[in-house]
Design a protein around this ligand. Structure first.
Ligand code: RAM
Length: 522
C-alpha cells in the first residue's frame, strides 16, 4: 500500500481544508439561574458538599451588596457558555468602578471548598474557572467573554466605593454548542435506565462543539480515545457524522512525520499537533474510522483514510514481539488504558492490539485491500494464540506482568479481542468482577470496556446491571452530566491529585446511551 500521504503535504492540506469546511455552526440560548445556592457542609454528600436551594431570584435581586459580600447561584443543571452580569446601584451615584470576582464550577466542591493551597501533580491552576471583571458605570452589564462549563457561580464584590452598595439585577448564561436535533428517549427503559440515558445524552451534548471535546471544562480538546466512544453514542443520538468526519480528518492531516496519529490535537487558534503520542490511542483510529463508515455509510472517507488506519496497525502491532509485547522504551509513546496507576498495562494492550487487528481486517475487506485483510487476520490469530497460551495462569485467568497481575482491564480487553468467547469468556469475566484480587478500573473509560465485554460474552444482563450500579451511583450522587473519574469508594479520586480539577462532564462517560440504544444490543 502506498504511504505517500505521510509526506505529501498537498494531501494533508486537502484533509485539513475539508475538516475546516466541516466545522459546525454553534447555537446559543439564554439561561437564567434557578435560585440562590447555599453550600452545606455535609459528610453524607458527594465530596462533602451539598447545594441546597437558597432564596428566589426575585429576593436575590433586592439584596444590597457591599464590598466583601458575595452571592452563590445555581443554574439547576450543567451548562457550557459565557456569562453576563448586570448590576444596579442600591445607593445613588456609585462613584468608582466596581470589581467582581467570579468563580464558576461544575460541582459544589469547586466553589465551596478553598482553592488554596493549590496542588496538582500535572495540571495548571488556570484550569480552575474564575475571572475578575470591572464595571466602570452602574447600572451596567459586564460580559465574561470566555467559555466556561458550570452549574454553580459565586459572584463576589471585591472592589466598591466604601459608602456604596449594589444589587445584582440579573445573571444570564449564554450557552454554546454545536447545533443538534433533540433526541427522543428510548422506549421501554426502567426509570433508572431512562435517567442514566438522559444524563449520558446531556454529557455528549455538552461536549459537542466545533469538535468532540473530551470535557468542556478541561481539556476542551480532541482526544482519540474519547472521540471513539463519543462517536459510538453520537451514531445513536445526534448523528452529527460530519463532526466525526471532521475529527478524523484533523487527526489524519496532523499525523506526525512518521505517519503515526497524535493522541490529541489542538484546534485553536489553528489546527496543530499536540506532540503527544499514545500507542493505544493511535491504534484506536482504526475502529473509529470503521464505525464511522459503517454508521454513516460514507465509505468514500473510509477508503480515503484507510491508508492512515492501515499504517497505525501495521507499524504498532508489527512491532509486538513473540510474546506479544511492545519493545522497551515506549517507541510509540505511552499506553493509557485507564487512569488506574497500579495497572500493569501490557496484557490489556495486547488485547486492544488484537481487537484493532480484527477491526482493521473488517475495514480492509470493505475497501478491498486483500493483502491487508489476510495479513491482519493472520496476525490477529497468531497474537490471539499467544494470549491464550502465555497470558493466563493455571486457572485460566488472564494475567499481566511479573507479578501475574489480574485486572478487569486485561480480562475485558482479552474478551473484546475475542481471545476467549461465550461460556469461556463469562467464566473469566465473572470472577474478575467479584474477586477483590482483581484490580478494578479507575474510571468510566475502562468501565465502558468492561460493560462491552459482558455484552460480547453474551451476558447483557450483567452489563446493564453494572451500568445501573456505576453510572447510576453518579446519578444518585447528583450528576447532571457524567464524570471523567469516579471511584465509588473514594469521592476525591483524581489523577491530578486535586478533585477540583477533575472534569465533571466528560464525554467518555456518555456510552450508556450506546448500550441502551444501539440495535446490536437489543
Ligand atoms: C485526559 C483527558 C482525556 C484523556 C487523556 C488521556 O487529560 O481529559 O479525556 O483521553 O487525558
Amino acid at each position: 500500500m502506498n504511504n505517500h500521504w505521510i509526506t505529501n503535504q498537498a494531501i494533508r492540506a486537502r484533509w485539513l481544508d475539508e475538516a475546516e469546511r466541516l466545522k459546525p455552526a454553534l447555537h446559543s440560548e439564554a439561561v437564567s439561574p434557578v435560585h440562590e445556592a447555599r453550600f452545606v457542609d455535609d459528610a453524607a454528600a458527594f465530596q462533602g458538599w451539598r447545594a441546597a436551594a437558597g432564596c428566589s431570584l426575585v429576593d436575590l435581586a433586592s439584596r444590597e451588596l457591599s464590598e466583601g459580600d458575595s452571592v452563590d447561584l445555581d443554574f439547576g443543571t450543567h451548562l457550557v457558555g459565557s456569562l453576563e452580569i448586570s448590576l444596579e446601584a442600591a445607593t445613588r451615584g456609585v462613584d468608582a468602578p466596581v470589581r467582581l470576582h467570579v468563580l464558576l464550577g461544575e460541582m459544589p466542591i469547586e466553589i465551596a471548598a478553598p482553592r488554596e493551597p493549590f496542588h496538582s501533580n500535572m495540571l495548571a491552576r488556570t484550569w480552575l474557572q474564575e475571572e475578575t471583571v470591572h464595571l466602570d458605570d452602574v447600572p451596567g452589564t459586564v460580559a465574561l467573554a470566555r467559555r466556561f462549563a458550570f452549574r454553580f457561580v459565586r459572584i463576589s464584590v471585591t472592589g466598591l466605593s466604601r459608602q456604596h452598595r449594589v444589587r445584582i439585577a440579573s445573571v444570564i448564561a449564554r450557552t454554546s454548542g454545536a447545533v443538534i436535533e433533540p433526541v427522543a428517549p428510548p422506549a421501554g427503559l426502567t426509570h433508572k435506565l431512562a435517567a442514566i440515558d438522559a444524563v449520558a445524552v446531556r454529557t455528549l451534548r455538552n461536549c459537542l462543539h466545533t469538535v468532540f471535546e473530551d470535557g468542556p471544562k478541561r481539556d476542551r480538546r480532541l482526544w482519540l480515545g474519547d472521540l471513539r466512544l463519543q462517536a459510538l453514542a453520537n451514531a445513536v443520538t445526534f448523528r452529527r457524522f460530519d463532526v466525526v468526519k471532521r475529527c478524523l480528518l484533523l487527526f489524519a492531516g496532523l499525523a506526525r512525520p512518521d505517519g503515526l496519529v497524535e493522541a490529541c490535537v489542538f484546534e485553536k487558534p489553528q489546527p496543530l499537533p499536540s506532540n503527544n503520542l499514545m500507542a493505544d490511542y493511535a491504534l484506536l483510529f482504526v475502529p473509529t474510522l470503521l464505525d464511522y463508515a459503517v454508521e454513516s455509510g460514507d465509505w468514500e472517507t473510509g477508503r480515503e483514510l484507510w491508508p492512515v488506519a492501515r499504517h497505525q496497525v501495521a507499524t504498532i502491532t508489527g512491532a509486538l514481539d513473540a510474546a506479544g509485547k511492545l519493545p522497551a522504551g515506549d517507541p510509540f509513546g505511552w499506553t493509557f488504558m485507564d487512569w488506574q496507576p497500579k495497572l500493569h498495562r501490557e496484557g490489556a494492550f495486547l488485547g486492544l492490539a488484537i481487537y484493532v487487528l480484527r477491526e482493521a481486517a473488517k475495514l480492509a475487506a470493505k475497501v478491498e485491500d486483500d493483502e491487508a485483510l489476510s495479513g491482519f487476520t493472520a496476525r490477529a490469530e497468531t497474537l490471539s494464540r499467544i494470549a491464550h497460551e502465555q497470558w493466563r495462569d493455571a486457572a485460566g485467568n488472564f494475567i499481566s506482568g511479573p507479578q501475574a497481575q489480574r485486572s478487569l482491564a486485561t480480562t475485558a480487553w482479552m474478551i473484546l479481542a475475542g481471545v476467549v468467547q461465550d461460556a469461556e469468556a463469562r467464566a473469566v469475566l465473572h470472577p474478575a468482577l467479584n474477586d477483590p484480587a482483581y484490580l478494578q478500573p479507575a474510571g468510566p473509560y475502562l468501565w465502558h470496556h468492561v460493560v462491552h465485554a459482558f455484552h460480547l460474552a453474551g451476558d447483557r444482563a450483567t452489563g446493564l446491571h453494572l451500568m445501573e450500579q456505576y453510572w447510576g451511583k453518579m446519578l444518585d450522587l447528583g450528576a447532571d452530566t457524567f464524570w471523567e473519574v469516579f471511584n465509588p469508594a473514594d469521592h476525591f479520586a483524581s489523577p491530578y491529585e486535586n478533585a477540583q480539577l477533575n472534569s465533571y462532564c466528560h464525554a467518555w462517560s456518555c456510552t450508556p446511551s450506546w448500550f441502551l440504544r444501539h440495535p446490536q444490543f437489543k
